[in-house]
Design a binder for this molecule. Structure first.
Ligand SMILES: *Cc1c(COP(=O)(O)O)cnc(C)c1O
Length: 421
């Protein structure tokens, strides 16, 4: 199986001719992945921010089975169904601000495309056809499709090789003020200059509130986010919050916008939306945005084949119910304390420049880029599933992780760091 995989299957951001090793998983349950060779690994990744309740969860399994017995999928054009309606009802009850309208699509990147489309259509319908560009902050990640790539960090955003073919947007300096601190003097200046100078061309600001994920695992000041929201209002620019990674509790609040009491005009959700079961994302909009787009018979020009997929929507409903009925704040607080104490031990390690923790996210920044394959072998030998990138070794466990499982992850990180120095 591994041999066929190696020859024929592309993996994320990978070479087909010189692929890195992959590990075959046979099953997963709770916070553990069972490899085909029988080894068990504690999961430190939540399968890229998704599996917040762990794997093979009885309630989520039941939601999928129950829905499967009715229908796996029907088109959303001209039809609707309870799972989609119930999901929208749940989302609107918990998201920050006066968001009222939900577009259910198939992946995070697509939800970003839809958000951008909404912003462009909004201004076009308002007769402001010059407002076609976006403003964002450096260090961001918004997905791998072309519209999303164009707002990822232009240098470290994994997409430099496409620079010439992407639409040119505006990039403000990455905020230096850290989470938990106020807005540092001069920190918003670059952003303020850009929006002041170009607001007549800018349709929307898009950013990841408080936590920049795949663009560098950077936690910035909530006051910076609040200042951005104010400047958007002042200059009549829409605010798109990409909470695909931060949504559903990861940072200690249900949504990261809440750290700054910011209410976006458009919100993107994904990843943990289905508890890691199926691919689904959502783009939510305020009444102002929706009315603008739809004035004079306007239509939002998007409609993916698997829009509103009933299986995904049903499991998303179950995942949200499970989350809200669980002591998630307490759990994330305990993970945060565990990560601070555990990873904090490595702050003075010779291979490490910084350890930072926010909610259920723990980041160890190393002096140089890590050898991914070699470190992963060490992690696996230590019983942990951790996938570093660049000079970042990070942990993002399921919320249900036990203290002793978290310790397995933290010890594994230590072994990996020792191998670097
Ligand atoms: C993962 C991610 C995306 C893209 O989501 P996909 O489902 O991988 O397309 C977009 N924005 C942020 C902040 C993400 O973390």
């Amino acid at each position: 199986m591994l041999e066929f995989d190696r020859r024929h299957l592309w993996h994320p951001y990978a070479s087909m001719t010189e692929p890195l090793p992959v590990y075959a998983v046979d099953s997963a349950s709770g916070c553990r992945l069972r490899l085909a060779d029988g080894r068990e690994l504690v999961d430190g990744m939540s399968s890229w921010w998704c599996a917040i309740h762990g794997y093979n969860h009885p309630r989520l399994n039941a939601a999928v089975s129950e829905q499967l017995g009715r229908m796996a999928h029907v088109m959303f054009g001209g039809l609707t169904h309870a799972p989609a309606v119930e999901l929208a009802r749940r989302l609107l009850a918990i998201v920050p601000g006066p968001l009222e309208h939900v577009f259910l699509c198939d992946s995070g990147s697509v939800s970003v495309e839809v958000a951008i489309k909404m912003a462009l259509q909004y201004w076009s319908a308002a007769g402001k056809s010059r407002k076609t560009r976006l403003l964002t902050i450096r260090g961001g990640y918004h997905g791998d499709t072309f519209g999303a790539m164009a707002v990822c960090d232009p240098v470290n955003g994994m997409h430099e090789r496409f620079t010439g073919v992407l639409p040119a947007h505006f990039f403000a300096e990455r905020p230096r003020s850290r989470f938990g601190e106020g807005l540092g003097s001069g920190d918003i200046d670059d952003f303020e200059t850009l929006i002041g100078r170009h607001h007549e061309e800018i349709a929307a600001v898009i950013l990841e509130p408080v936590v920049q994920g795949a663009g560098g695992m950077w936690f910035y000041s909530a006051d910076y986010l609040a200042a951005v929201a104010q400047l958007c209002r002042r200059h009549d620019v829409l605010l798109i919050a990409d909470e695909i990674a931060t949504g559903f509790g990861r940072t200690g609040r249900l949504f990261a916008c809440e750290h700054a009491q910011v209410e976006p005009d458009i919100l993107c959700l994904g990843k943990a939306l289905t508890g890691g079961y199926l691919s689904m994302a959502a783009t939510l909009a305020t009444a102002r945005v929706a009315r603008g787009i739809c004035a004079n018979g306007g239509l939002l020009m998007h409609g993916p084949t698997f829009m509103g997929n009933p299986l995904a929507a049903a499991v998303a409903c179950a995942s949200i119910d499970e989350l809200l009925e669980s002591p998630w704040r307490v759990r994330i607080g305990a993970i945060e304390a565990g990560l601070r104490a555990g990873l904090g031990r490595y702050a003075t390690h010779p291979a490490v420049t910084e350890v930072r923790v926010l909610g259920a996210i723990g980041v160890v920044e190393t002096r140089s880029a890590v050898p991914v394959a070699r470190l992963q072998e060490i992690f696996v030998r230590a019983g942990a599933w951790i996938r570093p990138f660049g000079n970042l070794v990070y942990l993002m466990p399921p919320y249900v992780i036990a203290a002793d499982e978290l310790e397995v992850l933290i010890r594994a990180v230590g072994k990996g760091l020792d191998a670097l120095s």
